[in-house]
Design a protein around this ligand. Structure first.
Ligand code: URP
Ligand code: ZN
Ligand code: ZN
Length: 466
């Protein structure tokens, strides 16, 4: 058989092993892995001296998600997925968000319209269940799970998104019946509102006070409640974007009690602190407003430990792209807007993999196998995409990253998203992808994007296998 491509002399890293091998690719699939492939191919790439990992699976990002006017996300499927490709991510799972009063199927149909023909990497959808009406619970959700949308997020905060405990129990019960995965945004909405009003009455409304309105205890309380609700229904859950010690303690407690509670964290909780939201009343801090907010250096250590010791299942970007300048992003309500009106979220699709590879693997905080597990294998298993995605094995899609371990300085003008800033501007990394391949096709060659919109395909998710 004439192979399409052989990657020679790779230092292959999977979630289980690191070994030297050649990788043979045909029709977009990995067909053989051997110490020496004794065949010819149309094309060869010499990866001597380079680590090759599975393409990243970013299981939490937001692209072109409808927002209340005048706010608008900066990235659509074209710009968001090109940014993913250039940072080593080959599969993304953004959210089809149901609006209150809308059907879930309508949200999915709308999201397909937004993504069709635009993506540079493969993509699946999570659902956001915003209105668990009897029809959604009895008909729509079960039908969507069967047709390839097997994970959904529920919110315990944000006025226009939050569900009450009874509604969350209803959603968990449907997930249990159909073996789906429920992701929970755990922050106590009433506490946040109470604190926000108190801060407002003391005229403490600048960007930095966002962190004071969402202290760790509001995350701790909601995390504990989410765990209790899941225990009541006997349904696994995944707590998204865990920010620090107090939520981690709750998740460790749940695990110690034998509960299937998975957890996700994100770069902002390793590389940003509350001080990045400002030490004075400047609006600059709006760039780093996200929820839960970044904490402090000691909490960063707690997150690193949780990544190394298996507390965290997945490492995602939570890319939520809003421009800093202009009328529809962070400044939608002006540069003196109170923090409650500043859109929540920061960009990170392109920098997620290189940040963790540089600061985690190359600085000795996590092993290479752990890196692969967190950034590719576990997200693929958690959301029903494994073994097609998230691994380097015969039969898997040939989604690969070849790493260049030379210094790289993050500059927003070198990134490929449509956001006008990165919170990591000027940060010195030790590596960046030399090449990203999607189903055997080079989509990033270390200098430029090589794919066209529509290269990425929609993926139906099976049930979780974690
Ligand atoms: O601040 C954040 N995290 N924005 C994105 C939306 C969400 O809750 O994940
Ligand atoms: Zn969230
Ligand atoms: Zn998010």
């Amino acid at each position: 058989m004439l192979l399409d491509l052989i990657i020679r002399n790779a230092k292959v890293a999977t979630a289980a092993d690191v070994f030297h091998a050649d990788i043979g690719i045909k029709d977009g699939l990995i067909v053989c892995i051997s110490s020496t492939i004794d065949q010819t191919a149309e094309r060869q790439i010499d990866a001597a001296g380079r680590v090759v990992t599975p393409g990243g699976v970013d299981a939490h990002c937001h692209l072109d998600q409808p927002m209340a006017p005048p706010v608008k996300m900066a990235d659509d499927f074209e710009t968001g997925t090109r940014s993913a490709a250039c940072g080593g991510t080959t599969t993304i799972i953004p959210f089809a968000a149901q609006a209150k009063g809308e059907s879930l199927q309508a949200a999915v149909d709308d999201y397909h319209r937004r993504s069709d023909g635009k993506a540079h990497v493969d993509y699946a959808f999570h659902l956001i269940v915003n209105d668990p009406s009897p029809n959604v619970l009895t008909n729509e959700l079960p039908a969507l799970i069967q047709s390839g949308y097997s994970s959904f997020k529920v919110y315990m905060t944000y006025d226009d998104m939050k569900l009450d405990d009874g509604q969350i129990l209803d959603v968990l019960a449907v997930a249990k019946q159909h073996n789906a995965m429920v992701m929970i945004h755990a922050e106590n909405a009433d506490c946040i509102e109470w604190l926000t009003k108190r801060l407002e009455s003391a005229s403490q409304t600048s960007a930095r006070f966002h962190t004071r309105s969402r202290p760790m205890l509001v995350e701790r309380e909601a995390t504990h409640r989410a765990i209790s609700l899941a225990e009541l229904v006997d349904q696994p859950i995944l707590i998204v974007h865990v920010s620090g010690r107090e939520a981690v303690e709750q998740i460790r407690w749940a695990r110690a009690h034998g509960l299937k509670v998975f957890a996700e964290t994100c770069p902002q909780y390793l590389f940003l602190t509350a001080e990045d939201l400002g030490i004075d009343d400047s609006f600059e801090g709006a760039k780093c407003i996200c929820s839960p907010p970044p904490r402090d250096a000691s909490n960063q250590e707690v997150i690193w430990n949780g990544l190394a010791d298996g507390l965290f299942t997945v490492f995602s970007s939570d890319h939520a792209p809003f421009k800093f300048e202009g009328p529809d992003g962070k400044q939608a309500f002006g540069t003196d807007a109170a923090f409650r009106h500043i859109p929540n979220g920061i960009p990170g699709l392109e920098t997620r993999m290189p940040l963790l590879y540089s600061e985690g693997v190359l600085k000795g905080r996590i092993s290479l196998t752990k890196f692969v597990e967190l950034t590719a294998t576990n997200p693929a298993k958690t959301y029903g995409l494994h073994p097609r995605k998230g691994t380097i094995a015969p039969g898997a899609d040939a989604d690969l990253v070849i790493w260049d371990e030379t210094p790289y300085v993050i500059r927003n003008d070198q990134l490929h998203h449509a956001v006008d800033y990165t919170p990591y501007e000027g940060r010195e990394l030790l590596a960046w992808p030399a090449m990203t391949l999607l189903r055997g096709q080079v989509v990033w060659d270390g200098k430029q994007l090589c794919s066209t919109p529509g290269t990425g395909q929609f993926l139906k998710c099976d049930l979780p296998t974690i």
